[in-house]
Structures are given as C-alpha cells and as structure tokens.
Design a protein around this ligand. Structure first.
Ligand SMILES: Cc1cc2nc3c(=O)[nH]c(=O)nc-3n(C[C@H](O)[C@H](O)[C@H](O)COP(=O)(O)OP(=O)(O)OC[C@H]3O[C@@H](n4cnc5c(N)ncnc54)[C@H](O)[C@@H]3O)c2cc1C
Ligand SMILES: *[C@@H]1O[C@H](CO)[C@@H](O)[C@H](O)[C@H]1NC(C)=O
Ligand SMILES: *[C@@H]1O[C@H](CO)[C@@H](O)[C@H](O)[C@H]1NC(C)=O
Ligand SMILES: *[C@@H]1O[C@H](CO)[C@@H](O)[C@H](O)[C@H]1NC(C)=O
Ligand SMILES: *[C@@H]1O[C@H](CO)[C@@H](O)[C@H](O)[C@H]1NC(C)=O
Length: 476
C-alpha cells in the first residue's frame, strides 16, 4: 500500500509536469497501453499510471522528475514483447510507454534510418521495402525496436549483417538526470558499447539510428517434417552451422514443436535473394519425408508478419534459453529430452511447447564493429560459433501457470545438465531469450560486466536505473 500511495504522489507530480500525457486506471489510453503487451503476464501487471511521451524532451522531463522524487518505481515499455511480468511494466509504479516515439526517418542518402522506440520491426520493414532496403532487426513483426536492439538482437540475416545492436550507428538517450545525449563511436563511446546488450540499465533510448542494407526479394518459409526425421535434421543443422564454405545469405531456425495434439520438426529457412532452393539450404530441403512446405519467394515484411501470426497476443508465455557449442550428440539429447517432456504438458489448454535452436555462427560474430558491444562474445573465427537453445511455451489459463513454469524450468535444467555432461555448455545467455531468474549480464563475462558497472557509475551515478527501474535484467 505504501508503494501505491507514493506512486499516486509521483503520478500527480507527473500530471502537472506533462499535462495530458499521464493516464490513469480504467481510462481508454491506460487500457490500450496495458492491452498492447504480448503476454498476459505483462498485461496483468497494473501500474499506478502510464506516461505517454511524444518527444525526447517529454521523456527527459519524466525521468528528471522521477529521479528527483526518488520514491517511485518506474518501467520502460517499447514493443512490450518480453513475456515475463515486470520486464516493461511495474505494479504500483509508473510505466513510461514509448509508443508515440514512432518516427522512421531515412537520412538523405538512405544509408541510415532513425527509428523511435515506439516502432515495431514489421513497420520498419514495410517502410523500407519499396526502396529495396532493410535494417537488421527482429524476426517477428510486432517485436519492439527498443528491447530487441538493447538486448543484442538476432535476425534472419545476422550472418550477412551482424547482430541488431551492431547495426546501430548512434543512440539518442535520456540519462537519469534528464540530460539528452548522443552515444555513438565518436560520442560517449563507452555508453554506446554499454547500450549494446545493456538493456534498460543506463537510460531511456529515444532514437535508434541504424545502418540500412540493400535487400530485395527473399526465399523464405517453413518446412515441416515428422519426428522420425530428428536424426537427419540434427545432422543437417550441425552440417549447416559448421560448413567451411558457409553461405552468409542463408539462415535457419530449427524447432521441435508440440501444438494441438501434434508434434513435428520445423525448419524456418530464409535466403537473402529471391532464389528458389539455393544450394546452401538444400541440406534441409533434402530431408525426407516432409509433411508440408511454405517455402516461397516473398519479402522480409511478409515473412515477419507470418511469424507474428503464428505467435498471437493474449496468452500466457514463457521464453527462456541457454546456449551450447555445436555438438550432434547434445542436439540429439535436446530433442530426446524435449520429446520426453511433451506428454506431461500435452493436455493443457492452448499448449504450445517448443524448443528452437538458432546458430550464432562465426559469420555473425565477425560482423561486430568497433568499438564493439557488451555481449562478451568472441569476434574472431573459429572460436566463437554457438547455438541458442530456447524454450517457448504458450498456454491459455492462469490456473496452469505454476505447473507449466515448473515443467519449463525442469526441461531447461535437464538440457543444461545434458550439455554440461557432454562438454558443450556455453556460458552465454541471450538477454532477449532469457526469463526472470536468469542472469544474462553475468553470462557476458566479468570483463564486460566490469565495463557495464563503470558506465553505470559514470552515466547514472545515483543508480536510478538500478534502484528505481526494477524490470528486466539488472547489473547487480
Ligand atoms: C515470437 C517471438 C520472436 C522473437 N524473435 C526474436 C528475434 O528474431 N531476435 C531476437 O533477438 N529476439 C527475438 N525475440 C525476443 C525479443 O527480442 C525480446 O522479447 C525483446 O526484449 C522484445 O523487445 P520489445 O521492445 O518488444 O520489449 P519490451 O518488453 O518493451 O522491452 C524489453 C526490455 O527492454 C527495455 N527497453 C525497451 N525499450 C527501451 C528503451 N528505449 N530504452 C531503455 N530500455 C528499453 C524494457 O524496459 C524491457 O526491460 C522474439 C520473441 C518472440 C516471442
Ligand atoms: C478499462 O478496463 C477496465 C477493466 O477491464 C474496464 O472496467 C473499463 O471500463 C475500461 N475503460 C475504458 C474507458 O474502456
Ligand atoms: C551518407 O550520409 C552520411 C551522413 O550525412 C555520411 O556520413 C555518409 O558518408 C554518406 N554516405 C554515402 C555513401 O554517401
Ligand atoms: C509489406 O510492405 C509493402 C510495401 O510497403 C506493403 O504494401 C505490404 O502491405 C507490407 N506487408 C505487410 C504484411 O505488412
Ligand atoms: C517421442 O516420444 C514418444 C512418446 O511420447 C515416442 O513414442 C516416440 O517414439 C518419440 N519419438 C522419437 C522420434 O524419439
């Protein structure tokens, strides 16, 4: 109750500083902001009020006031796609919803684009599509530009372009004291590096300027196989990841999935040219038997929209991951452990229960640009290559949450144990695919973490983003 009373005071103060931009429970704007989160766990967190800034100046005024008051928790909400409660929302606190910071502005010669954190990747792709351009963003259309970029960001064409954070030319960021600064290779470079992986620990980013790249049509879709192909598909996956003549235009995510009474293996294949069945992907298109294939010449924005359609809003969700180095026996173990886990959850209403593996190969790591990022990954071949192993669980009823969460934790613990036993466990935990209780920043390694703590001391000496912004993954 104390928190609620304090938050009421903060909300009143903010209403007088930002008239018309603060909304309260049961209002239309408050409700729409709450409904814009992807997972019900976030929808169900009720802030005392929501601030909807329209400019960086508004964000500055809000942060300055919240820092000065020093008593209210606040949250930073971009696309709202993180599933766990309190990542981008805060009970009995103030949520800053960045939705109205929604610019997509190409620079004169089209080599870069300035994007607001209120934007979603699908809209960015749709805007750039007619110009034959793209940005290395996220795979699903409704993911926010803010969270994904600050957490690293894996992408269909990461092998060609690098991780999303490595495609940022500059950030405009509001610091704890309300200053609006630029972080780039030439200005506040330590903050620039910190923001690439440091999530919401340093300030609120109000503009992301990304490098664009040329992209026309692509060949993309899902090939679906019965579980009997597991061995062949795992061999294909490992062969693809370790191919010495790796074709950087090719991309893959492999899923072992259960939904609606049915289990299957899905290869989500993408190629950065409108070429049907390119040699680099034949290692997968050749695996038989197949149940179906949606492979077609299409565009990035249509592919991102299709992924979105298969992961709709309005459900309870868990997304969690570990990482491993490439090993056929470990991948086979991952499959067996997942398959054995299905019967226990199969009858839960709305259940989708899948393990997806996505490679972060040497081509991705080699695209890291100076002065680097905070992920603590090796950037030179051949040492770095690894695989993110992520569990995605979806269900309909709150009453099943305790059971599903326990089953998810058990499944991931079993996978981790198997990877350790086979000597292929990797310390890196991808922040964008981590859940509450995991510590992706520790996974960056001590060298990276030391630099992050130093940047926090320098740019947020009072620790506002540590103490007052509890959501997401903190430095301590
Ligand atoms: C179907 C699906 C597909 C996905 N595909 C990918 C993928 O291809 N690649 C990938 O990397 N990840 C992927 N993800 C994970 C996704 O990137 C993360 O959930 C990401 O954090 C979402 O970003 P958001 O802005 O929508 O989230 P939010 O929940 O709004 O924000 C996430 C975190 O970032 C902080 N934050 C957001 N914006 C700012 C800002 N401007 N300044 C400071 N802090 C901020 C928030 O406070 C919060 O803690 C996928 C998830 C799903 C469910
Ligand atoms: C907002 O949502 C609440 C709770 O669901 C509801 O009672 C209220 O009528 C809604 N308000 C508006 C303006 O839609
Ligand atoms: C495009 O414009 C930017 C900023 O004005 C400049 O730095 C860059 O060199 C230009 N690039 C080309 C290819 O003209
Ligand atoms: C993709 O972009 C094109 C060009 O802007 C647009 O016409 C189309 O509607 C977009 N498709 C989706 C699914 O957003
Ligand atoms: C998956 O598990 C089921 C039991 O739930 C078993 O019948 C089947 O053989 C397993 N499939 C594979 C490919 O291991």
């Amino acid at each position: 109750m104390v928190a609620t009373t304090l938050a009421t005071t903060c909300c009143l103060a903010l209403s007088s500083i930002l008239p018309g931009l603060v909304s309260h429970p049961n209002s239309f704007i408050y409700n729409s902001s709450q409904q814009s989160y992807w997972a019900l766990q976030e929808v169900n967190v009720s802030p005392s009020c929501i601030v909807s800034p329209k400019t960086a100046q508004h964000v500055s005024l809000a942060v300055k006031a919240l820092s000065a008051l020093g008593t209210c928790k606040f949250a930073v909400h971009s696309g709202g796609h993180t599933p766990f409660a309190g990542s981008a929302n805060v009970a009995s606190g103030v949520t800053i919803d960045l939705a109205k910071l929604d610019q997509i502005t190409l620079c004169g010669n089209k080599t870069s684009v300035a994007v607001g954190p209120g934007q979603k990747w699908g809209s960015v792709y749709s805007k750039l599509q007619p110009l034959g351009l793209a940005v290395a963003g996220g795979r699903a259309a409704s993911i926010g530009v803010g969270g994904l970029t600050l957490g690293g960001g894996t992408f269909y064409f990461a092998s060609l372009q690098g991780l999303t954070c490595d495609n940022v030319l500059s950030f405009e960021v509001v610091l704890a004291d309300g200053r609006i600064v630029t972080a780039s290779a030439s200005s506040n470079a330590d903050l620039f590096v910190a923001l690439k992986g440091g999530s919401n620990n340093f300030g609120i980013v109000t503009t992301f300027t990304f490098r664009t790249f040329v992209l026309g049509g692509i060949w993309a879709g899902d090939v679906i196989y019965p579980l009997s192909t597991a061995g062949d598909n795992i061999k294909a996956f490992a062969g693809f990841v370790t191919a010495p003549d790796f074709d950087e235009k090719a991309s893959l995510m492999q899923t072992f999935g259960y939904a609606a009474g049915f289990s299957a293996i899905v290869n989500a294949l993408v190629y950065a040219e409108p070429v049907v069945n390119p040699p680099a992907l034949q290692i997968f298109t050749g695996v038989q038997p197949q149940l179906s294939s949606s492979m077609a010449v299409t565009t990035l924005n249509e592919t991102a929209a299709a992924l979105d359609a298969s992961s709709p809003k309005g459900f309870y969700q868990i997304l969690t991951s570990i990482s491993i180095v490439t090993s056929i026996p470990t991948l086979q173990k991952v499959f067996d452990i997942w398959n054995a886990s299905v019967p226990a959850v199969a009858d839960i209403p709305g259940m989708v229960w899948s393990i997806t593996t996505q490679p972060i190969n040497n081509a991705v790591l080699a695209k890291t640009v100076a002065p680097g990022n905070s992920l603590g990954l090796p950037t030179t071949a051949p040492t770095g290559s690894f695989i993110i192993v992520e569990l995605a669980a979806t269900w309909s009823d709150a009453g099943d949450s305790v059971f599903v969460t326990a089953a998810a934790n058990q499944l991931m613990a079993n996978i981790k144990d198997a990877a350790k036993a086979l000597g292929s466990f990797n310390r890196y935990i991808d922040l964008n695919h981590a859940t509450t209780g995991q510590d992706p920043i520790a996974g960056y390694g001590s060298e990276s973490k030391t630099k992050l703590l130093a940047a926090s001391m320098k740019y947020d000496p009072k620790g506002v983003f540590q103490a007052l912004v509890p959501g997401g993954f903190k430095l301590n």
